[in-house]
Design a protein around this ligand. Structure first.
Ligand code: AKG
Ligand code: FE2
Length: 335
């Protein structure tokens, strides 16, 4: 495992309130780093009190007895594919390099249809069903703003090209709101140097939003130089921290690799308490409709970037669903 260089990357914070002005900047940053921060303000602001509230619910859920969590296990037939509770070690994000599964628990909440969850929720979450539905909807709205900004920056004539393909009223998608809990461990030093909170991976969807808590670091990204750099939680110490955004595999396929689906991981902090402090995060993985084909988008920049490379054709193209299923098969011990 490559060691961290300890130097935080300079990931710009961009204000998307005027989409028409920042498309080029956003495309420049994500074709270099795959990550950026967006200012959490304006029409698609996700209110800090809503974020804090969901973190509280997440803490309440993960501290529930195992018997309660098991009632909504990802393995139970009740929840449906990729939905529900994942126990410690159940997912291995980097199966080629990890001896054991990720040291974390997760709860995956799939799409809401007509504002209703499509899976059983444990009581502590069910009691706040409507707030969770609203949170998911506000994440999706912010992703659509990001997607429209990208379309502009890529000079796609149809400004809604991506957003139309992420219209939740048009059919099912793999979008997931995920609560994550990385517990403190009291293991010996050996297991700590071998174990990882989330193995190195790229994300499977189009755009990911990540919410972290102050004082709970651990996310690192693989830089173009091949070293690991920590990602700050709140780079400018704003009273309202910006939202961390990263590009997933689908946008990379759609753009002939121009937009980077950057590999990242979550480590045990190497300062402070051995075994880390508890860490919580909330992730929104935004996916297009399942049947969307991953052919290059009609953008002159994408065409230029793909020149001379092997081209995806209508015959060998994957759908969004194919890609997600391939990744899930590799990283879960699910049947
Ligand atoms: O918890 C984090 O900071 C990142 C989680 C992550 O990368 C993922 O679940 O895909
Ligand atoms: Fe990730």
């Amino acid at each position: 495992m490559t060691v961290s260089n300890g130097l935080p990357l300079d990931i710009p914070v961009i204000d998307l309130s005027d989409e028409s002005k920042v498309g080029k900047d956003v495309v420049e940053v994500v074709s270099r780093l795959g990550f950026l921060f967006v200012k959490n303000a304006g029409e698609d602001e996700i209110l800090q009190e809503h974020i804090n509230h969901l973190f509280k619910l997440s803490q309440a859920f993960f501290s529930s007895p195992v018997a309660v969590k098991e009632t909504c296990s990802i393995n139970s037939n009740k929840s449906g594919k990729n939905k529900g509770w994942l126990s410690m070690g159940e997912e291995t994000l980097d199966p080629g390099n990890q001896k054991r599964g990720d040291v974390k628990e997760a709860f995956n909440i799939g799409e809401f249809i007509d504002g209703k969850a499509q899976q059983p929720l444990p009581e502590v979450l069910a009691a706040h069903h409507d707030e969770i539905a609203r949170f998911q909807a506000s994440c999706h709205a912010l992703c659509n703003r990001i997607l429209r900004t990208l379309a502009r920056g890529l000079e796609i004539t149809e400004g809604d090209w991506f957003a139309q393909r992420h219209d939740q009223s048009k059919g099912p998608s793999g979008s997931v709101l995920r609560l994550l809990y990385y517990p403190t461990v009291s293991g010996d030093t050996d297991s700590l140097t071998e174990d990882i909170r989330a193995g190195a991976h790229s994300d499977y969807g189009s755009v990911t939003l990540l919410f972290q808590l102050p004082g709970q670091p651990g996310l690192e990204i693989l830089t173009p130089q091949g070293t690991w750099s920590p990602v700050p939680v709140n780079p400018n110490n704003d009273p309202t921290p910006p939202v961390l955004v990263n590009i997933g595999d689908l946008l990379s396929y759609w753009t002939n690799g121009l937009l980077k689906s950057t590999v990242h991981r979550v480590i045990f902090p190497n300062t402070g308490k051995k075994g880390g402090d508890d860490r919580y995060s909330i992730v929104y993985f935004c996916h297009p409709q399942d049947d969307e084909k991953l052919l290059p988008v009609p953008s002159p920049l994408v065409e230029q970037h793909g020149a001379g490379k092997a081209q995806v054709t209508a015959e060998n193209v994957m759908t969004a669903r194919d890609h997600l299923n391939n990744r899930l098969a590799a990283t879960y011990k699910l049947s």
